[in-house]
Design a protein around this ligand. Sequence first.
Ligand code: GYE
Length: 301
Amino acid sequence: ETGTAAAGGEGGGDELVRVGFSQLGAESGWRTANTESIQASLTEENGIDLTFVDAQQRQENQIRALRDFVSQDMDIIAFSPVIETGWDQVLQEIKDAGIPVVLVDRTVDTTVEDPFVTWIGSDFRAEGVTAGEWVAENFPDANIFELQGTLGSGAQVDRQEGFREVVGDDAIVGEASGNFTRAEGRTAMEAALQAYPDTDLVFAHNDDMGLGAIEAIEAAGMVPGEDIAIVTVDAVKDGMQALLDGKFNYVVECNPVFGDQLAELIQQVHAGEEVPEQTFVEETAFEQADIDQAFVDERPY
Ligand code: GYE
């Protein structure tokens, strides 16, 4: 035994890297899995002393946490921004304090130059395109209700853009945000069934809202997956079960399990090594026929 910490002696020798992480919330199954992955990987064993704060989907909570991290003089500040805009001032404060930012999952839209060192997450636009291509192929004449995620979030903006690029704006009969939660997805779908009764396909920006839509459709006496088709993004276990049960028709995967990659990036940034500006996590997509019960049972999140 050489006695060096798992940090590998990079950067701070045996010292742990002090990381402040502001998670945006706990709104979905995806988010829960993402938080678990981050907490399982950003550990002392991996050379990291993690301070984790959940913002409960409120930007002001995130900004407060980020300012706390500055006053605690963290080595690295990491965060997943709930929406894209509104970060200019706090990002400038972090920059002035000389603390490197690692951006996680969602994206920012800011006037601050070089606001972060590296970003890791999913290609939301590509997810929207994948969903759109499947719809264009399988339901070319569908009247689509789009159940949007948190308005102004990278995941909402880019999924919508990619999807509509393929299906065209005219295919969309209505849209409403369900804020990425099951409860708000259900409420939005209930209203949509009244407002857009000709809807025959729902594109939900995540599984949880799609699961809420199932509840609303069933409560209205219709059969989800048949009377109204449902296409979603995420592929968490509950979403995969709905696909297997025939209630979802297509699910684009969004992979939340990248804690190990994040821990490695953090170590590299701390050591002053070159890192890619963007790291896209790997993902795929599923039709009903692609999966069976064993697949769902073994789904880790
Ligand atoms: O798809 C959704 C979550 O930003 C990729 O946020 C993430 C999205 C994910 O609430 O379930």
